[in-house]
Design a protein around this ligand. Structure first.
Ligand SMILES: [Zn+2]
Length: 281
């Protein structure tokens, strides 16, 4: 695991004399520079301390920090949290404010829906998608807003069935225009709930005054962990986290997969997935 520090600044304004660029050139650290001067440095780089102290002298530049896991760390993780690299459009109808005419009312039972934080929805119908929603090539996709819901090709579903992956069900997806079932895509709905809360660093906690639901905004560079005592109870390949995440009307859970699923994705060259190991400590 390495921490990658990313600096991004206005080249003309923040480095008018090229002092930073010259500093980077001397150390052969690559950067891109159009209007924005952008570079990254890993905490494993021999120049890491050097760069950090140089940049700390210019306090207005706060780097964004992200964690990069090695291939070995990902392959050896017992469970991983996943999300998508790329989302393809919105659930239909994509009207978000007028609940009656939005996908929320089409796809979910809204009797416990909280209009302030988005919690309390129970799915009772299919998701409706546009004809242009196309995951033929990537095979594993999703839509904005519904970050704990995935859509897969029926060909991939057949492989999931063959692998006997657990904790999931497959739900038909419908075309918004024709209201007919799309026969090439299904929704991958995750039913199993992870038996303990995940632990992570919290950016902020949002407590909804209307329904009392709590949501965490997790720091992007936070590691994820779970108590090691629960490991022996884990017998599903897919889980949703107990806790909710998101800001505004976003109220989603984390999706966790087993090592077996991760290896299956690697073997099948499913590229649309980012993963982060869960540490059992
Ligand atoms: Zn609420």
């Amino acid at each position: 695991m390495n921490k990658i520090y990313k600096y991004s600044m206005n080249a003309n304004h923040d480095d008018p004399e090229g002092v930073i660029r010259s500093f980077l050139d001397k150390r052969k650290i690559k950067y891109s520079c159009n209007l924005l001067l952008v570079f990254e440095i890993s905490d494993s780089s021999p120049y890491f301390e050097d760069v950090l102290s140089f940049m700390n002298g210019r306090t207005e530049f706060q780097p964004q920090v992200r964690i990069k896991y090695s291939k070995k760390e990902l392959e050896e993780a017992k469970y991983l949290s996943i999300w998508l690299r790329k989302y393809s459009g919105y659930p239909q109808p994509e009207e978000a404010k007028d609940i009656k005419n939005s996908y929320i009312n089409h796809t979910f039972n809204t009797s416990n829906f909280c209009t302030k934080c988005g919690s309390g929805l129970i799915q009772n119908d299919s998701f409706y998608l546009k004809k242009s929603f196309n995951i033929d090539k990537i095979r594993f996709g999703g839509v904005y807003w519904e970050y704990d819901t995935f859509f897969i090709t029926t060909e991939l579903r057949d492989l999931f069935v063959k692998e006997k992956f657990t904790g999931i069900e497959f739900i038909p997806v419908k075309n918004i225009k024709t209201k007919q079932i799309i026969d090439t895509i299904v929704q991958l709905k995750i039913d199993a709930v992870f038996p303990s809360k995940l632990q992570y660093e919290v950016e902020k906690v949002i407590n909804c005054k209307q329904c009392n639901q709590t949501r965490d905004v997790v720091k992007t560079n936070s590691e994820l962990s779970a108590p090691k005592e629960i490991f022996s109870q884990l017998d599903k390949d897919f889980y949703l986290s107990q806790e909710f995440h998101g800001d505004g009307l976003l109220c989603c859970k984390s999706v966790l997969i087993s090592n077996r699923v991760y290896k299956f994705f690697a073997k099948e060259k499913i590229k649309n997935i980012c993963a982060k190991p869960i540490l059992f400590i």
